[in-house]
Design a protein. Structure first.
Length: 459
């Protein structure tokens, strides 16, 4: 399949001899594509001859998964493009098997108006090989914008209950109550209590000074900071019967606010990120500010509880919080180094590696990274391998020669990865977006194959 195959809306493609993982099942089979859509899925080989297809791809027994939907990324476009932009990060996305992304609003200017969302949509349409959508950010004063936005095109509202770029902190009671009462969309919240965070910072600095090693980061942004904000958000969601998605859960404590089960039936759903499943505070000594993020990576007990919560269904989705910064911006102390790390290119690889080590099953990885993001946000016709759905697919060699990830692999403009030095045994071979090959055998194609995501009513 070529990078321009989808130019023919009626072109037929066959992907066969693959091990399909989809909707809790795995089987050896094939997928047929016609234009942008999946036209057939089956076991074994199709009845029709290969000559009936314009393109035939032999998967050589490798994995075929739905494309990953990363619902939490910061592509830094506009205003922070010295470290990343829509073009570079969407290329990194497809190189990692991510076929759709939802970008966060803390850019410069912040995405807090419908006009700013439209500007981002236009930019993505010009450069993104992956499908795209955007959050609109909440402020203390933009309730009219939020109440009148078109949520068939906008993913939802991003609420910062802790400090953020772009002056989007919302922690006044009146503003929060209006938000949950009046906005007709899912609210995705960064839950850290700003007053507790400030108190912790002042107490630590008063005792130890400002030249703090990284081990103090989770002391300042501790369990209580996360739990109290999450508890407050959950109480508001229950009071108003409003859909809430808790972002980047990092503590065992917050899990008591959640319930297992199908996310389609939940009022409150939750996300965690690969960094909270892979790392713990014991690794600050070796990795330092490379793994500094907000909320902070915490104790081994938290990491282990989050792993279990993925398996039991307390955690619904896994997204990256992909947040590129230049390495020079990551230099400094627990107070001065910027928070955030680039992960989108290697998130699927990392999760499949953890599955190979017995921490998760591969169907669980697919559920949390592909199926459930589509369910939580009401994304139309994506996230599953089903006839009539868009042909967003990823082929993974899950039995390759072990290799070590290095910074040189990174396609993000920031040019590094916190996974540098990690040895893994799987590799993305190919990524297909809307029937178009966007990545194959180490080459990412810059063809703007992505389409805007469409959403059903999700409030």
């Amino acid at each position: 399949m070529s990078a321009t195959a989808s130019n023919d809306r009626h072109a037929r493609t066959l992907i066969h001899n693959v091990h399909i993982i989809n909707e809790g099942r795995s089987w050896h089979g094939y997928v047929e594509i016609e234009g942008m859509y999946i036209s057939g899925v089956g076991a074994g080989e199709p009845d029709r001859p290969h000559t009936d297809y314009n393109t035939v791809i032999d998967g050589n027994g490798r994995l075929l998964l739905p494309g990953v939907i990363d619902t939490h990324v910061h592509f830094r476009d506009p205003g922070l493009t010295h470290k990343a932009d829509m073009a570079t990060e969407s290329l990194a996305a497809v190189a990692g098997g991510v076929t759709s992304f939802i970008d966060m609003p803390n850019t410069k200017p912040p995405t807090v108006t419908i006009e700013e969302v439209e500007r981002k949509m236009e930019r993505a349409s010009q450069v993104s090989p992956a499908n795209y959508a955007f959050f609109i950010g909440a402020t203390d004063s933009n309730i009219h914008q939020l109440a009148t936005a078109d949520y068939s095109r906008i993913a939802g509202v991003k609420l910062f209950m802790g400090s953020s770029t772009g002056n989007m902190l919302v922690d006044r009671d009146e503003a929060l109550h209006r938000l949950f009462a009046e906005v007709p969309a899912i609210i995705a919240v960064h839950a850290e209590d700003e007053s507790l965070l400030r108190q912790n910072r002042e107490a630590v600095v008063a005792r130890y000074g400002e030249d703090l090693p990284m081990e103090f980061h989770p002391v300042i942004r501790n369990h209580k900071v996360c739990f109290e904000a999450s508890r407050r958000a959950v109480e508001l969601a229950r009071r108003y019967g409003h859909r809430l998605h808790l972002l980047h859960i990092s503590t065992a404590d917050e899990l008591e606010l959640l319930q297992p089960g199908n996310p389609a039936g939940k009022l409150i759903t939750a996300e965690t990120c690969p960094q909270y499943l892979a790392f713990c505070d014991e690794q600050y000594a070796m990795l330092g500010t490379r793994i500094k993020c907000n909320p902070a990576i915490k104790r081994p007990a938290d990491r282990d509880a989050l792993r279990q919560a993925v398996c039991t269904g307390l955690i619904d989705t896994i997204a990256t919080d992909h947040a590129p910064h230049l390495l020079e911006e990551k230099r400094g102390t627990a107070l001065t180094a910027v928070s955030g790390m680039p992960l989108i290119q290697f998130s699927l690889t990392l999760m499949l590696q953890m599955a190979a080590e017995g921490l998760f099953t591969m169907p669980q990885v697919v559920e949390k990274m592909c199926h459930n993001p589509a369910i939580v946000y009401g994304i139309e016709r994506r996230g599953f391998i089903r006839p009539g759905y868009f042909a967003d697919l990823v082929i993974v060699n899950n039995d390759c020669e072990p290799y070590t990830i290095t910074d040189q692999w990174a396609l993000s403009r920031c040019a590094w990865t916190p996974l540098s030095g990690l040895t893994v045994g799987n590799k993305v071979d190919a990524t297909i977006v809307n029937g178009t090959m966007t990545y194959r055998h180490g080459v990412a194609f810059s063809t703007p194959a992505g389409l805007p995501l469409a959403f059903t009513h999700n409030s």
